[in-house]
Design a protein around this ligand. Structure first.
Ligand code: NOJ
Length: 548
């Protein structure tokens, strides 16, 4: 990987604590992950995104950090982490880590000191108000679990701001010392060898919170500053940000008016995520076509990161009430499957009725859309969820390696496990696990390996343009293309259950020896490029032209 490696990456996201436990204490660890790097290498991914690795009281699964300069002792040591970076690099895998600097844990010594005295050097590192802010009960991210965004602290005798849970006090980005510290944290991990950061909650990091003002201004300048700093420390380091904001606000996160991306390199495409869910639920391509059309033009070097599932709920808040209702009806009909009044806490396989054809279709579609695909651990096996667990933990169960006790995740007593493994039924580890699938060339895992290998031969997807192709097609069949100086790929995805036909004759003049490179089944070669067929839930990735 060289220039702009992130546009050719396939990112795999995992929690160390649920991936592989090497020492039998019931919690996954770094050495366990090192032992599984060959599995990831064979799968074909080339970038690992690790959910928070730092020491933490663990009240928000690590997103409440109590020390930014260390790894959680449950996971191992800094030495183990350096070894992980080395071993991953040996296999051509880059590692990025979660950078959670909108807030700290309330147990972080900075906050403990800040609240203890007005003279604390850390007092101004957090966001305080002497009086009760009028917007105290606005802007909660976790409705139902979070009652307010300002909480009174009896020790400080002040109100402190927390965009998320009350044990996650927000850092004060207006304070130059805080800005310098965030840069120092980045520099530390870059020095150790990470290739970048998945930045948590970016719109809130740059929020210049004013008590009583629920729409406080944002300081985009900090993103430019941070980018400069990161890039000077490691030229090819990448920032991948979570910024789930309205589409018209997105471009400013990539860069200023100058035309090239000088802030964040990659943003998760939340807009596309919601539209994909809607399109799958309605078996109608319109939401995807809208998303492709409405996508703002990105500054040079800016890139989307596509995903179907991540470690959080599927956020449907950007859909209309009617659209949301349709998605929930199809994919999360029980109240217990829903979360925060806006989302679904399920994995994709059970959402799609564990229909193998439909799962392939969904992932073939995601991986063929513009941007860098991000895959959540276990999705490559079609893992399920455990709805008896609280909130988002339903989709954070241990990786299912084999059919030995605890799914081969750990040798501890089951009750010692960080979270129970999914057992029994169609998603249980007894029948759904990596080892069984590895031995089966027809398994979903084998399909993912093939699909990712095919992606490698199609750099147009990550690095080229992506457009909807308006040709005669039934409403469930999407035709889109990816163009780059290496050639053109054409994609046909059928979201519906009925076999259908698309008329590609308007593209025939451009086609040069077109052929299927990935498809749900053997189809007759596209030949003269006139009418071609695609099965219900079928898909065809066609190389239309290769430039010499
Ligand atoms: C977004 C993360 O994805 C989520 O898991 C976390 O709870 C919040 N940010 C707070 O850090």
């Amino acid at each position: 990987m060289s220039d702009r490696w992130y546009s050719k990456a396939v990112v795999y996201c995992l929690d160390i604590d649920t991936f592989a436990d090497s020492d039998g204490d019931g919690c996954g660890d770094i050495r366990g992950l090192i032992g599984r790097l060959d599995y990831l290498s064979r799968l074909g991914i080339n970038c690992l995104w690790l959910n928070p690795i730092h020491p933490s009281p663990g009240k928000d699964d690590g997103y409440d950090v109590s020390d930014f300069y260390n790894v959680d002792p449950r996971f191992g040591t800094l030495g183990d982490f350096a070894e992980l970076l080395h071993q991953a690099a040996n296999r051509g895998i880059k590692v990025i880590i979660d950078l959670v600097v909108n807030h700290t844990s309330d147990q972080h010594h900075w906050f403990q000191s800040a609240r203890s005295s007005p003279d604390s050097p850390f007092r101004d590192w957090f966001v305080w108000s002497e009086t009760e802010p009028a917007d105290r009960k606005q802007g909660m991210v976790f409705p139902g679990e979070q009652a307010e965004t300002w909480t009174y602290d009896r020790t400080a005798k002040l109100w402190y701001y927390h965009r998320f849970y009350k044990f996650q006090p927000d850092l004060n980005i207006n304070n130059p010392e805080v800005r310098a510290e965030i840069k120092k944290i980045c520099a530390f991990w870059l020095q150790l060898g990470v290739s970048g950061f998945r930045m948590d909650a970016v719109p809130f990091i740059i929020e210049q919170t004013e008590p009583g003002n629920p729409a406080s201004p944002m300081d985009f300048g900090f993103l430019s500053e941070l980018r400069q700093h990161v890039q000077w420390r490691k030229g090819d380091a990448v920032l991948l940000a979570e910024a789930n904001v309205e589409p018209e606000k997105l471009v400013a996160f990539f860069g200023d008016e100058g035309g090239s991306s000088n802030r964040i390199h990659m943003l998760f495409d939340f807009m596309m995520n919601g539209r994909l869910m809607l399109a799958l639920a309605r078996q109608d391509t319109e939401p995807i076509i809208d998303a492709l059309r409405d996508t703002p033009q990105l500054p040079e070097g800016g890139q989307w990161a596509t995903f179907l599932r991540n470690h959080d709920e599927i956020d449907l808040s950007r859909l209309t009430a009617e659209q949301r209702k349709d998605v929930l009806e199809q994919f999360g009909p029980d109240e217990n499957m829903q979360l925060y009044g806006r989302g679904i806490r399920r994995r994709l396989a059970p959402m799609l009725g564990n229909d193998r054809r439909r799962l392939e279709l969904a992932y073939a579609l995601q991986f063929s859309l513009r941007g860098t695909p991000v895959l959540r651990y276990g999705e490559e096996l079609g893992m399920g969820e455990d709805l008896s667990l609280d909130g988002r933990y339903a989709i954070r169960t241990p990786m299912q390696w084999n059919n030995r006790p605890n799914a081969g995740f750990s040798s501890a007593e089951p009750k010692q496990l960080v979270r129970p493994v999914i057992s029994g039924g169609e998603f249980g580890y007894e029948t759904l696990n990596a080892t069984l699938q590895r031995h089966d060339p027809k398994s979903l895992l084998s399909w993912f390996e093939r699909m990712i290998r095919t992606l490698r031969e199609a750099p147009e997807i990550g690095g080229g343009s992506c457009t909807h192709v308006d040709v005669p097609a039934p409403r469930g069949i999407l035709v889109h293309r990816a163009d780059a100086d290496t050639g053109t790929m054409l994609f046909v995805h059928n979201l519906g259950t009925e076999e259908g036909e698309v008329d590609l004759s308007s593209l025939a003049a451009e086609a040069d020896f077109p052929n299927d490179v990935l498809a749900d089944q053997e189809y007759p070669e596209p030949g003269e490029f006139d009418k071609i067929r695609v099965a219900g839930y079928g898909y065809r990735w066609i190389r239309m032209r290769r430039t010499a």
